[in-house]
Design a protein around this ligand. Structure first.
Ligand code: APR
Length: 236
């Protein structure tokens, strides 16, 4: 057995659901009463920048009303106790993994608590509302800030690092994701042939059959249990 096994974890909206953040595909196909194409595409932003900024201002404000849950904290404990390399890739744009204390964390779809300047292209930490004429703190240009979120049709962040980690990991777990959106949904196909893969989700995702193990239930119960099990198999 590898004394320093490497572990990659992918999380999706399901890990934040019990913290009170809505998932994307739970019911009416709307995300917080908006069509995805209106608030999560470059075209939607060009069509109606004010509405898109307001949408993300509301999502950003909501972060102060929610907290990390037992699943987020279980992954912090896993990172601390893990004997080899650890990488948590999240599709989520909330800050719950950050606030829980995960260090090796990659937001592949961006972050609500950052904006990006269309003029100088710098991503800047941002807590408050973005207004139509908010100046960029770096280049001072007004009205050039957009959410630092990867919209449909845009390239996710960190893909080289993610691909390398997946090709070299001994364990891969996908937690709370429906497997609808690529490239994340395809990550389970990128791992090496000896990698042990787990899907930990409320119900089987549409890519469930590609995983070697499948654990169903709510994340605040399944993730802490799985963390104890995988740590017991890979004691330091
Ligand atoms: N515990 C575990 N899993 C849960 C829970 C829970 N409490 N609640 C919901 N789930 C599962 C659902 O069964 C579903 O399979 O989480 C998954 C959430 O799926 P989506 O809503 O599709 O979210 P996600 O897979 O993260 O979406 C991926 O799509 O809209 C884009 O960029 C957006 O990052 C997002 C991407």
């Amino acid at each position: 057995m590898n004394p320093k096994p490497s572990l990659v974890i992918l999380t999706g909206a399901g890990i934040s659901a019990e913290s009170g953040i809505k998932t994307f595909r739970s019911g009416d196909g709307l995300w917080e009463n908006h069509r995805v194409e209106d608030v999560a595409t470059p075209e939607g932003f060009i069509r109606n920048p004010g509405m898109v900024q307001r949408f993300y201002n509301e999502r950003r404000r909501q972060l102060s009303e929610v907290s990390p849950n037992a699943a987020h904290y279980a992954l912090v404990e896993l990172e601390r106790a893990w004997p080899g390399s650890f990488l948590l890739v999240t599709q989520n744009v909330d800050d719950l993994h950050d606030r829980a204390g995960t260090h090796s964390l990659l937001h592949m779809h961006g972050e609500l608590k950052k904006v990006r300047c269309l003029s100088c292209n710098v991503a800047i930490p941002w807590e408050k509302d973005v207004l139509q004429d908010s100046p960029c703190p770096t280049c001072n240009k007004k009205g050039k800030l957009r959410p630092h979120i990867v919209w449909f049709g845009e390239v996710p962040f960190g893909m080289d690092e993610i691909a390398y980690a997946l090709q070299n990991c001994d364990y891969f777990a996908a937690i709370g994701t429906s497997g609808h959106v690529y490239p994340a949904a395809g990550f389970v196909q990128w791992v090496g042939k000896n990698c042990r893969t787990y899907e930990i989700n409320l119900e089987p995702s549409i890519v469930n059959s590609a995983f070697s193990e499948s654990i169903q239930g709510i994340a605040t119960q399944t993730v802490p249990t799985w963390v104890k099990e995988i740590l017991s198999k890979n004691k330091q």
